[in-house]
Each structure stands twice: as C-alpha cells, then as structure tokens.
Design a protein around this ligand. Structure first.
Ligand code: ADP
Ligand code: MG
Length: 362
C-alpha cells in the first residue's frame, strides 16, 4: 500500500524513483563502488530507496539506523557497537556460516549462536578486523548501510572515518550506503575535501532525492487513492499546502482515507508535521544554548517570506534589540543551511519546505 507510514521495502510499493533506484543499484551492485551517498530532506524517501535497493540487489546487508540518536547530545562507542551487534546477529541468523569467520577477532566472543561485541576500553572490538572478516566471508559483496550518518558527528571516543577509509582502500566486497538528511553536516562529517581527513579525495557515488513535483504529487495521490478505491481530485490545493515531501503526503493520504474530509485531513497533517518539525528543531537547538532565540527568530523571519542576508540581520537585531556581528549571522545561517532547515535560492534564504515554514509561522 502506498499510504503506509513505514519506509517502503519493495519496488511495488515505491512510487516512481525509477531513475534514483537505477542509479543506486548500479553504483552499489554492478559498479561495486565502495561508498554511495543517498541525500535528501527528512521524509523524502531515503530509507525507502535504500531498503528497496537492498531487496533488488539481494546481497547480505548490515543496516545501522542512526536516526535513533538524533535526540542525543553524543554517541558513545557502546551505543554504536550495540547497534552493530544486533545487526551482526541478524546476519548470522540468516547465514550461520558467517560465525566461522568471526571467531578469532579480538573483542568478539561467540556464545552458542550469539555474537557479542565488546565496547569496553580494555578489550574493544576492532571494527577494521570485523569488516575484514565480513569481507572474507561475503565473496559476492555485502552492503553496510549507515542511515542518517551525520549523527556520527556526535561520536565521542571513537571515529569511524579511518575505518571507512580502510574499507574503501582494501575491502573489495564491502560497500557502504551512507544516507543523510542534513547534507551539510554529512559533508562536514565525511570531510572529503579536507587533505588531513582519512577520506580525502575518495570518489563516491551520489544519489540525491528531491521532493515530488506538482505532477508527481498528483500521480502519487491518484495511485494511492485508487488502491483504496476512493475518489480524490484536489491535487493542486494539496500541493500548495503540503509541497512534495512524500512523508507528509503519505500521512495525508491515510488521514483522508480515515475521515473522507479534506479540511480535516489537511489540518491533522499540518498539526502533525508542525509538531514533529518543532520537536526536531528542539534537538537542533539542544547544544546551542544562548543562541536559541536567535535561531528561532531567523526561522520566523525566513518563514514569513524568503529573505536576504541584510533583511535577516536587520530583522534579528530589531526583534532582539541588540547588535549582532556579521560573522555571527553568517555562522547561524551556515548551521541552518547545513542541517537543511533553510535553503538558499537566488541569494535569498527560505524555509526548506512549506511545512517547515508553517511550523515557524504558527
Ligand atoms: P527518509 O528516510 O528520507 O526520512 P522514508 O523512506 O522514511 O524517508 O519515507 C518517509 C515516508 O514517505 C514513509 O512513510 C514512506 O513510506 C513514504 N515514502 C517515501 N518515498 C516514497 C515513495 N517513493 N513511494 C511511496 N512512499 C514513499
Ligand atoms: Mg530515513
């Protein structure tokens, strides 16, 4: 069903995205690129695209979902290793022969058919050795997914960049899919342009997902409602209010199915989106203590109408009644851009999507 709130995991439930799917499958499968990036706003369909890719490729995979650490201020080695351990055990359940390859790695113990990875500092599992073993086992390839990988920027006491670089250079069978909705942050984390960084200069496949166009929105809803056997024709009105993010459209479709009342379904969708967006913005603000009001004010300014740099500075100073230096303003805008709260269009800053705008206007 198209209007299912979970990420889609089969091609038949994925609307369109033919081109993007073709690209990821080609990069990861046929070309076997060591790293492929899947980029795009929250709820645009990255996890869905990745899950469908995995199914199409039919390769074994390890899927690390880092989104659950979004609300955290930092991520410890223990957090990461326990996630990995769960996934390794899923893999072992499907492919018991993998156990034979994991026996001799320091920090890995095997109890019956359970794999235990140690995160304690005296006996830390070496991720490079673990990947080595997995590489030896997976002669046809294995895909390691780091979903919402920008969260790894909060890693404390460990760094996976050198491990990514090691795998990139040495492990032919291991292919990473790295997704991120905060694209600027993801690039800041990967540091491909920094000569000091382990991943410096490494080429990667890049697939970007953008929101649906007006036409795609109409077609998406038409298909979804057809599946449910209901009539619907207010496509334009919907596009004006909700924009083209599949996640919001899916939610709307479900609510309309429930109520058969356009205004009610639309209001519920907007309320739901607004609540989620504000909650996510609180996470963004969590480490920005004193600048909190400044970020909120900037979001309110650009949500009324796209605004230029000068207008933002002016609006901010008037609202807060104080002078704020140019470098500070630039830093705030950079942070908001990097985390995809705003976008820059023809020298103006705008809210990244209509519902973000709505969340800060209400
Ligand atoms: P992301 O990982 O980018 O945040 P998800 O893959 O979780 O996005 O998708 C968000 C929501 O939108 C989910 O309910 C998913 O089912 C739906 N969705 C996204 N893209 C599509 C698509 N191409 N076809 C059908 N549903 C989609
Ligand atoms: Mg996702």
């Amino acid at each position: 069903m198209l209007f299912d709130l979970r990420p889609k995991d089969s091609r038949s439930n994925l609307f369109d995205r033919e081109a993007e799917l073709g690209k990821v499958v080609e990069y990861v499968g046929r070309l076997g690129l060591p790293i492929t990036l899947v980029l795009g706003f929250r709820r645009v369909g990255k996890s869905s695209l990745i899950l469908v890719t995995l199914k199409e490729l039919g390769l074994p995979s390890i899927y690390i979902d880092l989104r659950k650490f979004e609300e955290r201020q930092y991520l410890s080695y223990r957090d990461f290793v326990l996630e990995l351990q769960r996934e390794v055990n899923n893999l072992v359940r499907r492919f018991p022969r993998l156990l034979d390859f994991l026996g001799n790695i320091s920090g890995v113990s095997i109890m019956g058919d359970q794999v235990l990875l140690s995160w304690k500092s005296n006996d830390r599992v070496s991720l490079a050795s673990l990947l080595d073993a997995v590489n030896d086992w997976a002669s046809n390839g294995i895909v390691v997914v780091l979903d919402e990988a920008q969260e790894l920027i909060k890693a404390r006491g460990f760094n996976i960049l050198p491990i990514l670089a090691y795998a990139y250079d040495n492990l032919r069978n291991v292919r990473f899919i790295i997704s991120g909705s905060k694209m600027g942050l993801l690039y800041r984390f990967l540091k491909v342009k920094d000569p000091e960084s382990p991943l410096f200069g490494r080429a990667m496949g890049i697939v970007e997902l953008v929101p649906f166009t007006r036409e795609q929105v109409a077609e998406f809803l038409r298909c979804g409602f057809k599946e449910l056997g209901i009539e619907f024709s207010d496509f334009d009105r919907l596009y004006e209010r909700l924009g083209g993010i599949p996640g919001w459209l899916t939610y709307f479709g479900l609510k309309y199915y429930e109520y058969r009342d356009l205004d009610r379904a639309l209001n519920e969708t907007v309320n739901y989106a607004t609540m989620l967006i504000r909650q996510e913005f609180e996470n963004f603000l969590a480490d920005k203590a004193i600048a909190r009001d400044r970020y909120l004010t900037i979001m309110r300014i650009v949500s009324r109408e796209c605004a230029g740099w000068g207008e933002i500075k002016n609006g901010l100073e008037v609202t807060l009644g104080m002078e704020i230096s140019d470098s500070r303003i630039s830093e705030y805008l950079r942070q908001l851009l990097d985390s995809a709260w705003i976008i820059k269009l023809n020298d103006k800053y705008c809210s990244a999507e209509p519902l973000i705008g709505m969340a800060f206007r209400a």
